[in-house]
Design a protein around this ligand. Sequence first.
Ligand code: ADP
Ligand code: MG
Length: 398
Amino acid sequence: MPPSPESTQDQFFHRPELATALADQAQDTSLGTSGGMFLAAPRRTGKSTFLRQDLVPEFERRNLNVIYVDLWIDKTVNPAIHIANAIRTELARDDGSIAKTLKKIANMSKLTVGAWGNGLSFDLSQLKMAKDATLADALKALSTASQKKLIFVIDEAQHALTTDEGINALFSLKAARDSLNTDPGKYGMQLVATGSNRDKLATLVNGREQAFYGADMVSFPALGKNYVQWLVSRAKLNLDIDAATGVFQSVGSRPEPFRKALSQTRMQLAINPDQDANAMLAHLAAQGVRDAKADFLNTVASLPPLQSALLRELAADAALGSDVRRPGLFSAAMKTRLLARLDTEMGAAHGVSVESPTVQNALDKLREENFLWRSQRGSYSVEDEQFLAWLVEEDRRQ
Ligand SMILES: Nc1ncnc2c1ncn2[C@@H]1O[C@H](COP(=O)(O)OP(=O)(O)O)[C@@H](O)[C@H]1O
Ligand SMILES: [Mg+2]
């Protein structure tokens, strides 16, 4: 049976004030058009949910043309394809009526409507933006056809940095934005992006040569007491909201582990109603974090020794902060550190090579297994901030 309208509405905790405030910011041009708005917050804290359920609908209420793309949804797909497909879907909306309009617009002969609008396959060679700037052309045409300001929302934007095509797609978006915001008779364009890691997002906005140089970076506020109140009352549990909010924060303000602890609490109370619900929630949540941490550290411990050592050296460097210059992964200093670690753990006769090709191979494996993130320029960081924190804690204890 399909869910009733009420239950669908209730599935998410909404933050309308935040949506209004951020939409106002994105539209404000009193200080000139910025390079865009970047929202940073750790993984699984509710960025995508907020974008989809609150911010995009708010933009739509304001009669703006919104294109949303999540680069995280399928990481095996080149991020440039995700971006291009999002534009293509928009062009094909309303039974291709926009695409038909596009055909009539001058200068659009380059844009093959078959491939962009209705075609099922998508050719990567279309994405050589530097040559023919098709993405930018498509966006300009879209704006002309819709006669609305365009808001391009890229979820997990840092992922675009992992391929050349992704980087080119960002440059193309920038070209489109600059021209839509400055050419007379256009309706303007703004970019909103999210990312799970401030360091990675910083690459996008801090380098003068980067596509979104000068964009405003804001810490996206975590869910808090109001969300906890909402969820606890849905679960019909009698809990102290301040204490429960503390528990929510202790699981990194992530809804999933918190929901799990709540559901376990409810089950325990059903079996034995005399127990202290607040204490039980705190206990079960802490247990959940301990289990997840132990599971992760066990996985790291069972990696091949060089991979494990590299991951922990990278974590140790990351813990020094982003303003400390780190030795290169292939430097003599790093080789010495890796050898020292391997010697301590396995004895001097371990025989593990720390020569560059072996290190490169280990880094590739760590990336394939999603422990590491690598930018197209070759800098590496630990994929998940939670993993990073656990690795650092573990290292300090030894
Ligand atoms: N406002 C909300 N109301 C209800 N559940 C939420 C809300 N925000 C996030 N969640 C839940 O938390 C989990 C992670 O959210 P998600 O939006 O995917 O995080 P992120 O995009 O930051 O990684 C999902 O299971 C989602 O349903
Ligand atoms: Mg997300």
